[in-house]
Design a protein around this ligand. Structure first.
Ligand code: NAI
Ligand code: MG
Length: 488
């Protein structure tokens, strides 16, 4: 079986204790590789290497333009290895190769885009209100960044964090999910070979409660950027707050996909399927609540059940497969558990509802109708192929149900009324609203959540600011020495 070692200070090495843990292939339901089980000592080594690289050596000495050129080269490296990286990701997390190949190839754009921004990070010269002084501002890297990623889109979510962090001049220690560590280790090594200096990007694999927690607590870490569950996000936020570390948190969702009677129903049903069954529902932006206006409710449900009912489950490497496995056994159990909960709450099962008899962890695309917003299936994140259909009468009720959630990550609105589209986009409390589309993302548009869906935004120009500190510098150009006991 293949072994994947830690990547610290430009070198691959075993964990301090020499221990390993297996990682599974979700399609087969069996382990395919061993991953080094990092310790708090490994975390300390990695953070110290990152701290050194931040202050001295080739990375610290690079001009911003050279840093940008290096980032663009990293983007080209991703492109050159997109196929291998996608295959590796599919083996480890079970997502479809057809989606992963496109996704990995696309993530090169993050390095090109933030590479382009690296030498456009500028301080300013405020028009001072005081005579005899000159002041200017600098934007400096915030410091060593801890990046903690989940298993659903390991490389994409990694790119969202490290591309702006590196553009800002930071150094990084990554703790990937224990379920999908391999691709991050391989990417770090490829980046090193492409010229990223030692210590700039380190990877410590292992479990959340030891490696993850030790990384967040490390005194030399100045910023934590996390994507994952809201429960872990809360714990990380509390821990980081003790040392006033900066945090960016991208957490869960229970996103409403809202279909009005005046919508193009074929497009809406396609969007509903894409929202909840793509990636087997294992995405933070899953459109897991389908709100349907009563006049078209039965027609929409009928078409939806027909389309989702024909979805082909199978080998995620096979280009004909549409629904792959659930990534982890725990997640598989959780999804089946929620199907039981929805049934007991009185929701009506319109499609699926069963585990599929295969080697790996498959669950049928599942649709519940007759859901009330107060039910757990309408409130809690399942993170699987389970859709809750909720009827509504009018715009006001649609907004009310949409916002009856502690989350606010994404929302879809399906309508042919342009005025209604704008009204809904204004009123819905979520970080993204898609009108007549769903699940579109780009490096250009801010991404993140309202309410319990997180803190801060990734992507777009402003994301670089999350990895920078402002500094004001004052210079006396001729102000007289004054009374030392009053503010100047
Ligand atoms: P998780 O949030 O516990 O794990 C995400 C990352 O955080 C992993 O790298 C993990 O090792 C790390 N981690 C865990 N505990 C930590 C701690 N105390 N300190 C620092 N790092 C820690 O998510 P998990 O257990 O993989 O999945 C559980 C649920 O989370 C899923 O059922 C799903 O509902 C949700 N989830 C949401 C995601 C999103 O994109 N918003 C992604 C993955 C899971
Ligand atoms: Mg795995």
């Amino acid at each position: 079986m293949q072994h994947y070692e830690l990547f610290i200070d430009g070198e691959s090495r075993e964990a301090t204790d020499g221990e390993w843990f297996p990682t599974d292939n979700p399609y087969l339901g069996t382990p395919w590789a061993q991953i080094a089980k990092g310790t708090s000592q490994d975390v300390d080594d990695a953070v110290r290497a990152a701290d050194r690289a931040l202050r001295t050596g080739p990375w610290a000495e690079l001009t911003a333009s050279a840093r940008g050129a290096l980032l663009r080269r990293l983007g080209d490296t991703v492109t050159a290895h997109a196929r291998d990286l996608a295959e590796l990701e599919v083996r480890d997390n079970g997502k479809l190769f057809t989606e992963m190949h496109g996704q990995v190839a696309y993530l090169a754009e993050w390095f090109h885009y933030y590479g382009g921004l690296a030498d456009k990070i500028e301080g300013s010269v405020p028009p001072l209100d005081k005579k005899g002084y000159f002041a200017y501002t600098r934007k400096e890297p915030v410091g060593v960044v801890a990046v903690i990623t989940p298993w659903n889109s390991p490389l994409l979510l990694l790119a969202w964090k490290i591309a702006p962090a590196l553009a800002a001049g930071c150094t990084v220690v990554v703790k990937p999910s224990e379920f999908t560590s391999a691709s991050t280790l391989v990417l770090a090594r490829l980046f090193h070979e492409a010229g990223l200096p030692p210590g700039v990007l380190n990877v410590v694999t292992g479990f959340g409660q030891d490696v993850g927690a030790a990384l967040v607590e490390h005194p030399l870490v100045r910023k934590v950027s996390f994507t994952g569950s809201d429960a872990t996000g809360r714990r990380i936020n509390e821990s980081a707050a003790r040392d006033f570390k900066h945090v960016s948190l991208e957490l869960g969702g229970k996103s409403p996909n809202i279909v009005f009677a005046d919508a193009d129903l074929e497009a809406a049903v396609n969007g509903a399927v894409s929202g909840i069954f793509a990636a087997t529902g294992q995405t933070c932006i899953a459109g897991s609540r389908l709100l349907v206006q009563t006049g078209v409710h039965d027609e929409v449900v009928g078409r939806l059940v027909e389309l989702a009912g024909t979805a082909r489950m199978g080998d995620p490497m096979d280009e004909a497969t549409q629904v792959g496995p659930i990534t982890t056994p725990a997640q598989y159990a959780k999804v089946l558990d929620y199907i039981g909960i929805a049934r007991r709450e009185g929701a009506r099962l319109a499609l699926g509802g069963r585990a599929a008899a295969r080697g790996g962890w498959f669950v049928e695309p599942t649709v519940f109708t007759g859901v009330h917003s107060s039910m757990r299936i309408a409130q809690e994140e399942v993170f699987g192929p389970v859709l809750a259909v909720i009827p509504f009468e009018d715009e006001d009720e649609a907004v009310e149900i949409a916002d009856d959630s502690r989350y606010g990550l994404g929302a879809g609105v399906w309508t042919s009324d342009i005025g209604r589209a704008f009204r809904m986009a204004d009123l819905i409390r979520s970080g993204t609203v898609w009108v007549n589309t769903y699940r579109a993302v780009s490096y250009l548009t801010p991404f993140g959540g309202f309410k319990d869906s997180g803190l801060g935004r990734e992507n777009g120009i402003a994301a670089v600011a999350a990895y920078l500190e402002d500094k004001s510098v004052w210079i006396n150009t001729g102000a007289p020495t004054g009374n030392p006991f009053v503010l100047r």
